[in-house]
Design a protein. Structure first.
Length: 421
């Protein structure tokens, strides 16, 4: 059997792991409990940039409050493992593998006789088929993901001078939608040699033609510049870490780029640094959890900039609904000549609207100029041709708490947060 079953959701103890294993799980996802072990006090303020223990915040002063260490989490899992080992011994199992799928070891009587669970029927979950003993109930065969033949290894072979001598190079490749996570392995090699600093800007320029698969540019490092003449699937620039991504319509194409989708959903998810210039519309959840990347795009679907904590996003066209939901940091600039964005499409719980002026207006113009330079964007060129009028139609989306944090940093005033529930 090649499949692996994972269980997650409020796992906190060794007993939770034991029950999950007996029900068939082979991997176990922990989140809240290790977070608490590292210092989280569950204030439920992750989206407000005011985390008093310095975990979910961009405020430098609050970050100083973080006292967690890797050893705290490691120690927690030692306790989980110790409790699990005791349960395994009581049930007669020597290894966790032996436990997987052994539902006959689960005694549900105590649970279903409790008054809160009266009438609960667990027979479908705990049913043991007649031929159960002859069935394979755990992973016994490794999945061949075909990694030996991915495009990154060809790029590594062709870009030796750029990676190891820092010589500028330009490479060209066709690309198809089965070429996934292109750039991740190359970036790993760069990181192993140079760390997060990576290579100098535009050291390795790679031009792709075609339709790229999921996660193009995932975790891509400084010094990489990817240009796609075509389109991409979901998760473009996932975890982007310093690279530059340029997506533009094919030169021979006759469609209007600003009216067509050119990249998929959840682009720039969790990006921390880098740039993206997209000559067309992006799907839903653009720049979710972006914490440092800069992007220019000509339209986005629903839930744009959701939970964004840093960076800048410029949208030269329409947005879907629920823009900026949970956005606690970073800045977005939306071209909104019809006032539809401000009147119903933006989630205003954590943000406020501002006008764009002064040095900020110059920076916005410069970003659009670069967008036109890299993508030959007709939409961008139109906005620049009458910049004064275009500027009046831009709306600045500014998270309220982020604005206060920036003002405090500028003034040098420290933030004081009451540790009250």
């Amino acid at each position: 059997m090649r499949r692996i079953v994972e269980c997650d959701g409020q796992l906190k103890t060794g007993r939770d792991v034991a029950i999950a294993a007996l029900l068939g799980a082979e991997e176990f996802g922990f989140a809240t409990a290790p977070l608490v072990a590292s210092g989280c006090i569950m204030m439920r303020k992750c989206h407000l940039n005011t985390c008093p223990v310095g975990i979910a915040t961009q405020d430098k002063e609050l970050r100083k409050n973080f006292k967690g260490t890797p050893e705290h989490v490691i120690n927690f899992f030692y306790y989980v493992a110790e409790e699990l080992r005791g349960i395994m011994a009581s049930l007669g199992f020597r290894t966790l593998e032996e436990m997987i799928g052994q539902t006959h070891k689960i005694n549900s009587n105590k649970a279903i006789t409790h008054y809160k669970a009266k009438g609960l029927d667990l027979s479908s979950i705990l049913h043991r088929p007649a031929a159960y003993r002859d069935m394979i109930v755990r992973n016994t065969e490794k999945q061949d993901h075909g990694l030996d033949n991915v495009m990154d290894f060809q790029i590594l072979k062709d870009s030796h001078r750029a990676l190891y001598r820092k010589e500028k190079m330009t490479l060209d490749y066709p690309i198809k939608n089965t070429d996934r996570s292109v750039g991740a392995i190359v970036s790993n090699e760069i990181s192993k040699i140079y760390g997060h600093l990576g290579l100098p800007e535009d050291t390795l320029n790679i031009n792709f033609t075609g339709s790229a698969g999921q996660s193009l540019g995932a975790f891509s490092a400084h010094g990489l510049t990817f240009t796609v003449e075509g389109n991409t699937n979901d998760y473009l620039g996932k975890g982007l870490s310093g690279a530059k991504l340029i997506i533009k319509k094919p030169a021979k194409a006759t469609f209007v780029a600003s009216e067509n989708i050119i990249v998929g959903n959840v682009c720039l998810f969790g990006a921390i640094e880098g740039e993206a210039f997209i000559n067309g519309i992006a799907g839903e959840r653009f720049a979710v959890r972006n914490s440092g990347a800069v992007a220019v795009v000509e339209g986005v679907g629903d839930h744009g900039c959701e939970y964004m904590t840093g960076g800048k996003v410029v949208v030269l066209g329409k947005t879907g609904r629920n823009f900026a939901a949970g956005m606690s940091g970073g800045i977005a600039y939306i071209y909104d000549p019809q006032n539809k964005f401000k009147n119903g499409l933006c989630n205003t719980e954590t943000i406020e609207f501002e006008t764009v002026e002064g040095q900020e207006a110059d920076e916005l113009k410069h970003l659009i100029e670069r967008h036109v330079q890299y993508t030959d964007s007709t939409k961008g060129a139109e906005l620049l041709s009458d910049w004064n009028t275009s500027l009046e139609n831009f709306v600045k989306v500014m998270p309220t708490e982020y604005k206060k944090a920036l003002e405090r940093l500028k003034s040098g005033v420290q933030m004081v947060e009451e540790l009250t529930a």
